[in-house]
Design a protein around this ligand. Structure first.
Ligand code: ZN
Length: 296
């Protein structure tokens, strides 16, 4: 039940609760799962919460929605997983047909798309069509591990809910506004945004002298991703999530970027984060990072 996640996912829990309590149920939710291990159970709990006529937060054995432990047993809930490599258009059409059959009862209906990054061109199109002309009483929930894996046109039409990672130790750094790492990473990013490849000449002072070990570098790159995520938030008029104390600076840097360029940059940094796990020369990795970010 949704209440079970109040402590592990406090922000998402609050948003989900408010969406119902304040009568602001959206026709589409995009849940960025961030590797959260209980993502399926959590989204199932959210779907039940939306469907339950009493919006029970806690388990209620007498409730015909809440008592179910499996999505398959709830008529007004459809759970779509990739069929092989992709989520196919036919899978979405089947759900639509099913829902049309029972539309007369006037109940809310929810469909969940797990691994929404596996929508192919034609299934993306049918989702977009739904998002543009939503049907009354039908709610879509898209799950994706990382929001940047989806088309910006899909992202912009959904209410986005971010989940925390299981062990988000990197977030500890970000709690303190005066943290040195955050500051160093900010200046590194700003330098690349303004001076592009010239940053290579200052790499030593800007980066290498601060981050020596694999762990340092991977923490700093994670902070860098969060900075670009916040630039993304500025660009799509969403609230700055992590670095509100850099609001002015991030607004300035957003002028140098587009939604697409920010997504590409985040992808580049994520790739570098993956490469750290393999044995790799850290200085060369940062050289490469600067060059690639400058070329976007
Ligand atoms: Zn209920």
């Amino acid at each position: 039940m949704l209440e079970d996640y109040a402590k592990v996912q406090p922000v998402a829990f609050q948003i989900m609760k408010n969406t119902v309590k304040k009568d602001r149920i959206s026709h589409a939710y995009l849940i960025e799962t961030n590797g959260f291990s209980q993502k399926k159970d959590f989204v199932f709990a959210f779907a039940k919460y939306l469907l339950c006529p009493f919006h029970h937060l806690q388990s209620d054995e007498t409730c015909f929605i809440c008592r179910h432990q499996n999505a398959e047993n709830i008529l007004d809930l459809k759970w779509i997983e990739p069929d092989g490599m992709w989520i196919k258009k036919e899978q979405l059409e089947d759900v639509q047909k099913e829902f049309n059959k029972t539309a007369i009862d006037g109940n809310k209906k929810v469909y969940v798309i797990e691994e929404a990054e596996k929508l192919n061109a034609s299934s993306s199109n049918s989702i977009l069509k739904f998002l543009e002309e939503p049907e009354e009483n039908i709610i879509a929930i898209l799950m994706v591990d990382n929001i940047y894996q989806l088309l910006p046109t899909i992202i912009s039409r959904c209410q986005i809910i971010h989940l925390n990672q299981d062990d988000d130790k990197n977030l500890l750094y970000l709690d303190s506004n005066t943290n040195e790492i955050v500051d160093v990473v900010y200046h590194f990013m700003e330098h690349i945004e303004v001076h592009k490849k010239e940053t290579l000449l200052y790499e030593n002072t800007l980066w290498i002298s601060h981050f020596c070990t694999k762990e340092d570098v991977s923490n700093a790159l994670t902070v860098l991703i969060y900075f670009y995520k916040d630039i993304f938030n500025v660009l799509v008029n969403k609230r700055i999530e992590k670095f509100s104390y850099y609001k002015k600076e991030l607004e300035n840097l957003s002028l140098k970027n587009t939604v697409e360029s920010v997504c590409t940059k985040i992808d580049i940094i994520r790739n570098k984060l993956e490469q750290i796990k393999i044995n790799i020369n850290l200085n060369l990795l940062i050289d490469d990072l600067i060059i690639q970010l400058s070329e976007v």
